[in-house]
Write a protein that binds this ligand. Sequence first.
Ligand SMILES: [Cu+2]
Length: 137
Amino acid sequence: MTAGRVLVTCALLAATACTEAERPARVDIVEPVDGAVVCGPDVRIVLSAAEVEIAPASEERSGTAHHHLLIDRTLTPPSDTIPAGVAGIIHRGRGQTEFVLQGLAPGTHSVIAVLADWAHLPLDPLATDTVWFTVRP
Ligand SMILES: [Cu+2]
């Protein structure tokens, strides 16, 4: 093998690894879709994620995340852990990807999905998605 061929092979491997490492994690609220009108008072939220492994927070592994839902709230500070025990902030710490919001009042509501690591610190870069929907009585 020539030195030139080794150099080309290494360059190709480096390019592949770099591309994969640069893909940021993403989260999508699959259901309800933005602008949906849904029957209440219970509304199912379905989440999906890409470029990250969704895992229970108890596993404490890097490269994983779990879902968080902020209901009718603004985003919490990205550099702080997402608090627990606060109304309208839901941790899906067992790695769940679905959740039923119960008892929503008729009217317009927002849901922000946020991916955070096992310590509940939002991923960097931030992975969020927001939908607005209307609950029909
Ligand atoms: Cu959490």
